[in-house]
Design a protein around this ligand. Structure first.
Ligand SMILES: Nc1ncnc2c1ncn2[C@@H]1O[C@H](COP(=O)(O)OP(=O)(O)OP(=O)(O)O)[C@@H](O)[C@H]1O
Ligand SMILES: [Mg+2]
Length: 243
């Protein structure tokens, strides 16, 4: 195991929605630390608070209690403007549905995201490089409607990586894919965590991923019921690649 610097620390975080009889405690007393370059898997039944936690980590929502520090700096006390800056500059998102822009090609979808943080010419080259890295060098000029689900998700990953985020948050990224394609997408995410400084956090219902995680967090009823480091994580898709 590599020695990883602490990057994200969540202390005593709770998130409550609504009030009175309608109150929902989505998260309570959550303590979690995530390191740079770590591949973290969050497991838990429906309604256990997985997406709520991801939204808090990504600055899309604010905790009701507790603190979330990124590189030692609390983000819950940031102004709306600074929180937007955090989200835009440091966090990449991948969702179950790819949300690609239909009238832009694969490379244009990625270049658009890259152009938010770099000059246009450089953005085009970066987009091409990222798509090659996710195995789509031969699909650069295809429109989303001509891509398979797995290919669209890999474009979405390339797009999320375009700004070189410190944190890549993925909410059920393989949820709409068949097993084989889903495995390829998850393998890509694990590879990203291994080959870059990006901390990758994946929310999934896929229990087999537990053994592939550097860190496994299990939630139940808004609480962390398991938080463990894997000394020797499995490489996702290694079996298929060997056979
Ligand atoms: N904006 C909201 N307003 C009210 N309740 C909410 C809101 N967001 C989440 N909740 C509630 O908080 C709880 C946790 O929801 P969350 O979406 O985090 O679960 P999840 O683990 O992601 O579930 P799933 O696996 O179904 O996606 C649920 O009871 C949900 O109904
Ligand atoms: Mg969810």
């Amino acid at each position: 195991m590599v020695d990883r610097a602490p990057f994200l620390s969540v202390t005593g975080v709770g998130r409550t929605f609504g009030a009175g009889d309608a109150q929902v405690i989505a998260l309570a007393d959550v303590d979690v630390e995530i390191a740079t370059g770590e591949f973290t898997v969050i497991l838990g039944p429906s309604g256990s608070g997985k997406s709520t936690l991801l939204n808090l980590l990504g600055g899309m929502d604010r905790p009701s209690t507790g603190s979330i520090r990124v590189d030692g700096e609390p983000i819950e006390t940031l102004s709306d403007r600074d929180l937007t800056g955090y989200r835009r500059e440091r966090v990449g998102f991948v969702f179950q549905f790819y949300n690609l822009i239909p009238n832009l090609t694969a490379v244009e979808n990625v270049a658009l995201a890259a152009s938010l943080v770099m000059p246009r010419r450089e953005a085009a080259d970066t987009a091409t490089g990222l798509l090659e890295r996710v195995g789509l060098g031969h699909r650069l000029d295809q429109f989303p409607r001509h891509l398979s689900g797995g290919e669209m998700q890999r474009v979405a990953i390339a797009r999320a990586l375009a700004k070189r985020p410190a944190l890549l948050l993925c909410d059920e990224p393989s949820g709409a894919l068949d097993t084989v394609t889903g495995t390829q997408v998850l393998a890509q995410l694990q590879e990203t965590a291994r080959s870059t400084e990006t901390a990758v956090v994946v929310v999934t219902h896929e229990h087999t991923l537990a053994e592939a995680a550097d860190r496994l967090i299990s939630l139940r009823d808004g609480r962390v019921v398991e938080n463990r480091l894997n000394e020797t994580p499995e490489t996702i898709g290694a079996e298929e690649a060997a056979s």
